[in-house]
Design a protein around this ligand. Structure first.
Ligand code: ZN
Ligand code: ZN
Length: 379
């Protein structure tokens, strides 16, 4: 039953600067025909329906150093809804699943060793030996994929396959905003970075009752920050050499015409959610946040970040990191979509699969808030 299918392959690791293109941004990528084998023991064969392009797919494709560990060639893609086609030996009947079911795979799978704390707690994302779909093994940007059956979380009844493709990024942000932070009505929260993780974080903070500002750079003004403003978030453009805390101190006008942040405290905010991946944004994050305020770090960084450690100690602030998500976070994310706490529709731009290179290019150049590939799903 070995099949040849079309897939998006990560081939090269050349460092590409998206701000200074010397050729197509997609030159580490190629669409190729690849063989997809039969599902092995404990595995399933699936057809990806909708697959989101993640910032990490972009980072790996731009040859960023935080993804240098990914072996090439590799079929990328891990934010997906998929339909089960066939079961490998021993996978039949896992969790009541049957052929034709639509599921969302958890990209991070733990080692399963009973001595491993993360795995014992059912938190595969905090296993140090975890294997990530689309990076450690071939992922979802292909017409067929083989994966371990125990990654599969059934799509909640009533949700569409398109919504299923956003469960993974939503689950990561929900873990950060709702599990690691305490966001309450009346708070002022700044989300740094207006990629989709930042925009999802902004939506969840808004749903929790906070007033939200979102930062971006000049090139974000036309698409991502414009959309942020339409969604009710105060846009803040950070120019070259500028910092958020200085802008807050100088006074940022919220959409309601009042000052954003604490008027008495120089515009300080209750919480900052770091989704930009800019070392400078994290290095200075605490300076824009109240004493005993919260900093949640969802991004990763291409280099080490200088840090005013003593100032941090004396601030009494709480800083939390977020890595991936677990099955439990998936269930939370599906519930959030069902209850209307988050909707992907204002953000999704759906592309037919034969336009996958164009979608990757648009994502890396920040021309779209969220590219979702209709691999086998209807666009
Ligand atoms: Zn992702
Ligand atoms: Zn483990």
């Amino acid at each position: 039953m070995t099949d040849t299918v079309t897939a998006l392959r990560l081939l090269g690791s050349e460092a590409i600067d998206p701000f200074d293109p010397k050729g197509p941004l997609t030159r580490n990528l190629a669409v190729e025909r690849v063989r997809v084998g039969e599902p092995g023991p404990g595995e399933v064969l699936v057809e990806p329906l909708f697959v989101g392009v993640c910032g990490s797919d972009g980072s790996a494709s731009l040859g960023k150093s935080n993804f240098s560990w990914v072996k090439r060639p590799r079929t990328i893609g891990h934010e997906c809804s998929v339909r089960i086609v066939a079961f490998g030996p021993g996978a039949e009947g896992y969790g009541g699943l049957k052929a034709g079911d639509v599921v969302c795979p958890v990209p991070m799978r733990g080692c399963g060793d009973p001595r491993c704390r993360g795995c014992r707690n059912g938190r595969w994302n905090y296993c140090r030996r975890k294997q990530i779909l689309g990076f450690h093994r071939d992922g979802a940007l292909a017409q067929r994929m083989v994966l371990e059956v125990d990654r599969c979380v059934p799509l909640r009844a009533g949700l569409t396959a398109l919504q299923g493709a956003v469960v993974e990024p939503l689950s990561v942000v929900a873990q950060g905003v709702l599990r690691k932070c305490t966001i309450r009505p009346g708070m002022d929260v700044v989300v740094t970075g207006c990629g989709i993780m930042g925009l999802i974080a902004a939506e969840l903070c808004k749903s929790a009752g906070a007033r939200v500002a979102v930062t971006g750079i000049e090139r974000d003004r036309e698409v991502r920050l414009k959309l942020a403003q339409e969604r009710g978030f105060t846009p803040i453009v950070i120019g070259p050499g500028e910092t958020l805390h200085e802008k807050l101190k100088a006074g940022v006008e919220a959409l309601d015409g009042t000052r954003f942040g604490d008027d008495f405290e120089g515009g300080l905010v209750d919480a900052l959610i770091e989704c930009s991946g800019a070392p400078q944004a994290l290095a200075t994050a605490g300076l824009g946040v109240h004493l005993e305020g919260q900093i949640c770090v969802i991004a990763t960084y291409p280099s080490s970040v200088p840090f005013e450690a003593t100032a941090f100690t004396r601030s009494g602030q709480v800083m939390s990191g977020v890595m991936g998500s677990s099955r439990e976070d998936f269930e939370t994310a599906m519930l959030l979509i069902e209850r209307g706490a988050f909707a992907i529709e204002p953000y999704a731009q759906v592309y037919a699969f034969d336009r996958v290179l164009e979608a990757m290019d648009d994502s890396m150049a920040a021309r779209t808030p969220k590219a979702i590939m209709a691999v086998n799903g209807r666009a």
